[in-house]
Design a protein around this ligand. Structure first.
Ligand code: PLP
Length: 396
């Protein structure tokens, strides 16, 4: 199935205002998502927040099966959490690390995750092992297999890094990790909504996602998937009266399903917005979305590669919707702001997001142009022309 791009653009209010190549930061939501979010905020203001939640209970509850359908999970395996980092944290910090434990990760790992490894290593004595990349710049599967030993408690990687087009071979990693009987945490912040992700094929025990990026949901939304079969014994690091019941003066019982990882208080309008955005991804179909994003991103890489002074920096055998590149001698942030003055949105990924990867490649930072379904080939031409004009002005 191919997507009706003209219709998708007409249904995306932001397309009338900006050439948005920052889906990996925060993408443009559809009118349907925007309206559903605003309608709920309005209802809260008109009849009261608790009363609005009661009235919209069915839609709010519909969040769980919508997300479950998208990733091949059960509704009871999904927790609404306000962003990908906290979703990831709820899984990671709930594991009881001991001094002899080892945490295996990858070179392109996201900074917040790595900071958490460092903190846990500092507090518990657990060891961090970074599995090297193969010649394609993705995790070396042979090295991963060799690195897993009796002490390995967790394999934790980012599916798609913040700083490039790389798509890690998450399913092949899952096979190795599952065969070894080790826990597998997948940061799918940039991948869910971008490409088809089936948790059963990936074989992960936990998966964390944000709403605002490739799912096109509102900011301040996200979710955690926790596989029932392998994680139901894990008690969350934080509990409240939604995640657990106070059953006696000196006793509590943790709820059975993944809601034990949630907060009671949350952004209800955001839950509805993310549900609607997820419904739309399900309706369009992840295969069709992925095909479109790859066509656009490959087309952008092909346009950038021949330009003087520009080096495309994406790694991996499979490359997705995040296109990164370096402009020789340019201040990437100044270039981003110059483009923004022309209503063209891109972003800059720095070593603060992924130190091991960018530093290892001698890159201080990279420009990031990340496409979504509403982008067009004509927009890519316009972007490349604006970029070329900027670099030519600087070089002349
Ligand atoms: C790979 C990856 N993981 C995690 C995050 C953090 O997501 P959030 O800001 O929703 O917590 C990001 C954000 O850019 C990311 O790119």
């Amino acid at each position: 199935m191919t997507l009706d791009v003209a219709r998708l653009r007409a249904e995306t209010p932001g397309c009338a205002h900006v050439l948005h190549l920052n889906a990996a930061g925060s993408s443009l939501p559809s009118r349907r998502t925007l309206d559903a979010t605003l309608d709920h905020l309005r209802l809260e203001a008109e009849i009261g927040g608790y009363e609005a939640a009661d009235r919209e209970r069915e839609t709010l509850d519909g969040f769980y099966p919508a997300v479950a359908r998208l990733i091949g999970a059960e509704a009871g395996e999904i927790a609404f959490i306000e962003n990908a980092t906290r979703a990831w944290d709820m899984a990671f910090y709930s594991l009881d690390f001991q001094p002899e434990d080892r945490i295996l990760t990858c070179v392109s790992e996201y900074s917040s995750n790595y900071i958490s490894y460092l903190q846990v290593a500092k507090k518990t004595g657990a060891e961090i092992v970074v599995v090297p990349d193969d010649r394609h710049g993705q995790i070396d599967l042979g090295a991963l297999e060799r690195a897993i030993d009796k002490r390995t408690k967790l394999v934790s990687i980012s599916h798609v890094p913040t700083q490039g087009g790389l798509v890690q071979p998450a399913e092949a990693v899952g096979k190795i990790v599952n065969d070894a009987g080790v826990l597998y945490l997948l940061d799918a912040c940039q991948s869910v909504g971008q490409l088809p992700v089936d948790v059963n094929k990936v074989g992960c025990d936990f998966l964390s996602v944000t709403g605002r990026k490739y799912l096109r949901g509102p900011r301040g939304t996200g979710f955690l998937y926790a596989k029932a079969r392998t994680t139901s014994h894990i008690e969350p690091v934080f509990l409240d009266n939604h995640a657990a019941r106070w059953t006696d003066d000196d006793a509590y019982t943790v709820v059975d399903d993944a809601k034990r990882f949630e907060n009671w208080e949350r952004y209800f309008a955001g839950v509805i917005g993310l549900k609607v955005a997820t419904d739309q991804a399900n309706e369009l179909g992840m295969e069709a979305i992925w095909a479109r994003l790859r066509t656009l991103a490959d087309g952008l890489r092909a346009r950038l590669a021949p330009l003087r002074g520009i080096t495309v920096t994406d790694l991996g055998q499979v490359q997705g919707a995040i296109v990164t590149f370096a402009v020789a001698g340019a201040d990437h942030t100044a270039l981003k702001l110059a483009l923004r003055a022309q209503a063209i949105n891109v972003s800059v990924s720095t070593q603060l997001s992924s130190r091991l990867d960018l530093r290892g490649r001698g890159l201080r930072d990279v420009l990031r142009a990340s496409v979504h379904v509403y982008n067009t080939e004509e927009e890519l031409d316009r972007f490349v022309t604006a970029l070329d004009a900027y670099t030519s002005r600087r070089m002349s």
